[in-house]
Design a protein around this ligand. Structure first.
Ligand code: ZN
Length: 271
């Protein structure tokens, strides 16, 4: 386990309490993880063009914005919007379709992500991502939101060439850089139940939907997942993508926007 994981994880729940306190006094600060100019990994505050930690403020260009958590696993949900299931000639399944992205897939806001070479179709998939705040096992859906630290944006990059040829989707979904995530962690009450989600490629809108179109909402996903595996603080659930997925090209700029979180932006390199 990486050092910054141990530093970060115990902070999660206290961070929720701090965020609640800030809201009570009329503030709305988002949490950001970043590598400061000296190379230290910090969990600080996001101010749009600047980030801060411990009384120091940095311009965004001075720091390396990191994914807002350091998960051991990303549990992804397939076919969780009816319009996307239909565009892939599928139906909404009887129970959530689950697959995994391991930590090698992580990339951050502002990164240029290098994708596998020689593929015809690597698609973008805009997703609302849930970050877990405390250990969750056999959680009832009625209590599930108690385990959520907050929300962020995620792009579930998908290599269709290989996904269509394999059952376990390792080449299709688990390649390096396949999960750009960020830029911040927004607390649960900052992201409305009908929060908009949108994805743009080079400024052109490709996907547009909202959280209330999820076939299986977040509490049901947490109950189903934790029936089988333990979610640890920092782990992520990628809740599925709406219609409008499509292939990316070398040099593209992708933006994923979730209402209440902000905009995750990354560039694409295909060698
Ligand atoms: Zn997806």
């Amino acid at each position: 386990m990486k050092l910054d994981t141990r530093v970060w994880k115990p902070l999660v729940v206290s961070e929720i309490e701090r965020t609640k306190h800030r809201r009570a006094v009329g503030s709305d600060v988002h949490t950001v993880r970043f590598r400061d100019p000296a190379g230290s990994i910090r969990q600080g505050e996001w101010h749009g063009e600047e980030v801060s930690f411990g009384g120091e403020t940095y311009d965004l260009e001075e720091v390396d914005v990191l994914p807002p958590s350091d998960p051991d696993k990303i549990v992804c949900i397939g076919r969780n919007y009816a319009d996307h299931a239909a565009e892939m000639d599928n139906e909404i399944p009887d129970r959530p379709l689950l697959f995994l992205k391991p930590p090698n897939t992580l990339a951050g806001h502002g990164d240029t992500v290098t994708l596998p070479a020689g593929k015809d179709q690597i698609d973008h998939e805009a997703e609302i991502a849930v970050v877990i705040g405390k250990q969750a096992r056999n959680v009832d859906s009625a209590d599930a939101m108690d385990y959520v630290a907050g929300f962020t944006c995620l792009n579930d990059l998908s290599n269709r060439d290989d996904q269509r040829k394999e059952k376990n989707w390792v080449r299709g979904k688990a390649f390096d850089n396949a999960a750009p995530m960020g830029p911040v962690l927004a607390s649960p009450d900052e992201v409305p139940a009908d929060a908009d989600i949108e994805l743009r490629v080079n400024g052109e809108t490709k996907q547009s939907s909202s959280r209330d179109h999820l076939a299986f909402p977040v509490p049901e996903l947490i109950e189903e997942i934790t029936t089988y595996l333990t979610l640890e603080p920092g782990d992520v659930i990628a809740t599925g993508t709406p219609a409008g997925v499509g292939p990316l090209s070398d040099g593209d700029t992708v933006e994923v926007e979730v209402e209440g979180v902000g905009v995750l932006e990354h560039d694409v390199r295909i060698p």
